[in-house]
Design a protein. Structure first.
Lengths: 219, 219, 219, 219
DNA sequence: TATGAATGAGTTTTCATTCAT
DNA sequence: AATGAATGAAAACTCATTCAT
């Protein structure tokens, strides 16, 4: 029993395990962002996290799983940010939509690592052919968010703030636009065309919301 | 003695070579769409195209090159569609914007393969670190399109149709939104939530354009 | 539970690893000798060594590295043989030169594998263009040997045994001649012309040394 | 029959063929020197020589053959140089040996391309396993040269100029030494240690010949 | 639990040679 | 005689995953 000093400490308690697991997740997130999914090997992750290759497989089924778990986490963060932004009573629907957009932007700005792996990176679809149980969960999460927005739009229509549009269409439109703005922002940012991301996003949102306001003319 | 279109024919004339080249490009496009970039091997492409491995390298420098060439082609198609859509004299700026969006939608609907490899797929960034000569061209192409839109917006502002907004911001906003809509459409389409893509896209655009029209109120 | 020397054993201890590493080095040396550098593939080495392809890369960076390591080892053996041969006190310079030659011959005779890869084989220069860190070390080793000989010649001149010739020229001459003799011996040996290599080498050396002795007439 | 202007001219006459053949040989020699044997592809040779890939195989059986033919040519040149150097009547044996060495040096200095492919470059032996008919001829040539030297030594011994040594041993010794000197010269030349190759070679030869002169003492 | 050596299928790419034209 | 498109068997190297310890 004299190995204590040099050997790596085993995760005896459940919290030790959690710490190790977290470390692996964080390291993977960082590397997926920097090197891409394909460009990140398990060995890179484990080495940087200070564990052995084999240990990785004690915590995760494989490379795909850890990637999907990170996406899951990201979606949860985003969902919570959006919920928080909408939780103040007495907001108008427009203000709520604005808050949702703001939350998405915060997610993009404050959790770029999570944002980027879901939107920018993409995996050779082959990897996902089989293990799709979690993929289902991921889609569910995305849907939850959309449903939240839809409910806000519905409320806005109900109280006369907004035009009576098809709520699901308007929801996807809104979300798609926000998404598109961020993707473009990200893309152009790298090309140094956009510097003030913040403004860029607000301006886009502004135009969009005006389009939803009542008293608009048809094309 | 007509060789017709059967395989295993030696490409003697330059047009034979063009046909073979096209076959390879088309096959690659198909596979990139189905399996992703990383998930598609040279062998898959050549086997499906009915040529040997070596032949591939007779026509292309490597996997990266064929991928970039396909992107280039896609961008060209899109650019031409947009130009065509705008080429009618006597259109209002609003109508022109509408036409641009319509062209983008047509691109998405009629050339889904091209659309998908540029927007949906993404490559392990590593592969593109070095060979960036063509990458430069690709960025230029994307820019050309944005500049086109910007000029339309500017014209709309000049003739009083549109609010005097920052044209570059509005351009990126518009494009980003269109992009985002299509991405979402694509994503949701797979989940079978959206069936009438067409309507969905039009509705989104409608909302957007109203936001740009004059006489809008500020948030 | 002694694992003995059977294959397919996991190298747990560091000495196990050393054994496996050695096995790979020895196998490579053998194959380089028999098939040449280009004619030897990694697969040949690993198959003969009883490990998988991947294992090779666990121990060496690549084919070039293992080749250079073998050259390095060979040079070290030669250097040690020469040092040993000269280490007896009270030898005349002539005797020392003779001992050096003898050591070189021993190297040729007892470590033919090492001898051959450095002198006979040659690599497609392309492979060595870049990775030259070790190549530098290899050149240094070769130089060390030449400097050793030079010092012996200098001593011989200083004590009047030898003609006062340019020591560096004489050194390279001596070494080149030894080298040439062995190369010819090797070449002819394959053609079965020379059987008594030993004598052949001694005779050559004899002639050479007489040329260096004092009291010689000029041509 | 209107293709005359643009098409490449066919080798109608036998001399046309010879010219094309020579061009291929010369180009190959140049490239083998610069890129090494493995580093030179048939395509490189044909492109530089201005013919098509297929044409190469009209003139040569393959890559190995052209390499061996070049070696053959080189040996012939060397043999003729040596013959020429010895052809003057009334030379002493010592002078003849000196002349042979000079001829070898001239070969090295004036036909470096030929010299280098035979001594410095080497081929993965695998390539030579089968096609050894020509290899036999090459060995014969080398032998011819050695026999020539042997006859000179014999004459020198017969007329009392030289010690009565074993002529074959002395021959191989002499030749091996010359060879070794040039190899070292070449090697060190690249490392910039030797600048005056000429002197270096003469000095080595000088030492050697003195060793063969009569009235030498035994070791 | 934890390790990390071992695996081997899989990938991109090269090139001597062939053969239809 | 000449072409050059086509071939396909290598080759070097990678890496997710396994499993003996």
């Amino acid at each position: 029993m004299t190995t204590a000093t040099t050997m790596k400490i085993r995760a005896r308690s459940s919290s030790d395990k959690q710490i190790k697991r977290r470390k692996l997740l964080d390291t993977a997130l960082d590397l997926f962002n920097r090197q891409g999914y394909q460009g990140t090997s398990i060995e890179m992750i484990t080495e940087k996290a200070g564990v052995s290759t084999g240990t990785f497989y004690l915590y995760f089924k494989g490379k795909v799983e850890i990637y999907q778990l990170l996406n899951f986490e990201g979606n949860e963060i985003l969902f919570r940010l959006i919920e928080d932004a909408m939780s103040w009573p007495g907001m108008t629907s427009i203000a709520r939509l604005s808050a949702i957009a703001g939350a998405y932007y915060r997610y993009y700005a404050e959790y770029p690592g999570y944002y980027k792996i879901s939107s920018i990176l993409n995996i050779g679809q082959k990897d996902f052919r089989r293990k799709s149980e979690m993929q289902g969960q991921l889609n569910q999460q995305a849907n939850q968010i959309l449903r939240l927005i839809e409910s806000v739009l519905q409320a806005g229509i109900d109280n006369g703030e907004l035009e009576p549009v098809d709520t699901w269409q308007a929801t996807t439109a809104l979300w798609g636009m926000l998404d598109g703005l961020l993707i473009l922002a990200e893309r152009e940012h790298q090309n140094l065309i956009i510097d003030a991301c913040d403004d860029f996003f607000k301006q886009g949102l502004n135009i969009l919301i005006h389009g939803l306001l009542k008293r608009q003319d048809a094309v």
